[in-house]
Design a protein around this ligand. Sequence first.
Ligand SMILES: [Zn+2]
Length: 335
Amino acid sequence: MNRFVAYNMPKIDLHCHLDGSMSPAVTGRLLKELGEEYGPKELEALLSAPADCGSLAEYLERFDLPIRCLQTKEGLKAAAFDLASAAASEHVVYLEVRFAPSFSVSRGLSVEEVIDSVESGLFAAREQTGIRTGIIVCGMRHLDMETNLAMLAAARELYGCGVVACDMAGDERAFPNAGYGEFFAAAKRLGMPFTIHAGECGSRESIRDAVAFGASRIGHGIAMGGDKELIRMCAEQKIGVEMCPTSNLQTKAVGDFSCYPFTEFYEAGVPLSVNTDNRTVSGTCSTDEFMRLSDNGMMNERISERIFRESVEMSFADPDTKHRLMTEYNNLFVI
Ligand SMILES: [Zn+2]
């Protein structure tokens, strides 16, 4: 696959964090409004993970500045608009944006206002570019359960009005999935589907726990590599894996890209999607992710077609949106 094809083909991004995907331009502008000024080089260094990033914990430090910008309605709207517009400009046709509403309440916004503001930015991008979007709200591992459950209950009020699902994010090694059964039991009770960051830098047990909780999808799932039984279980139960190649290299989820388990999962029939995770922190875009796989012999046009179809299927979009995405995709190939 060459870059022209990867750039022009319709793509879907199901795993993209708002705070990790704010462009330096928008972040710089919003920080300036807060009275903080940074030079372009300084800002870039503060927002992107170095190639030799030591760990997931070090990677997560890159989110500090963006989160300072996400405390007002204007900041949240601008960030969401910026992200969805950037994705649309490289032919991402459906984008699920995730973020932790509890991180944006330090200057008085309510969880509902936070989500509403993001949705208004996404709406503006939809109007302007035609991209379709959904919001995944993230609980955070290091926050107390009460805070995470209160966020979930508030987000439930906006389920179907922008919000499509929930997730649990943060440092998985320090806070394994086993401790979050209560959060996902509440999501089930509230009728919200969920994906869970699992097996990014954590263990296979973390993935088994996510499946046992009833996750529809797994974020990353790298630790599943080499575990035939677990891979078969995901394939049989149609549990989609959201793969984020560049991020997985940076956080040392895989040491060497030749060990990246994409083909192993693909050939076993696990539904897969190819995602950016954090466009700015990882210095990537959807096109780059397909090219990284292609450059390593893991992607071609035939595989990308299956990835598109599986991404639609595993997405949290409503049935009508799924139908439209597939119809538009199929129409591209009608001669
Ligand atoms: Zn993630």
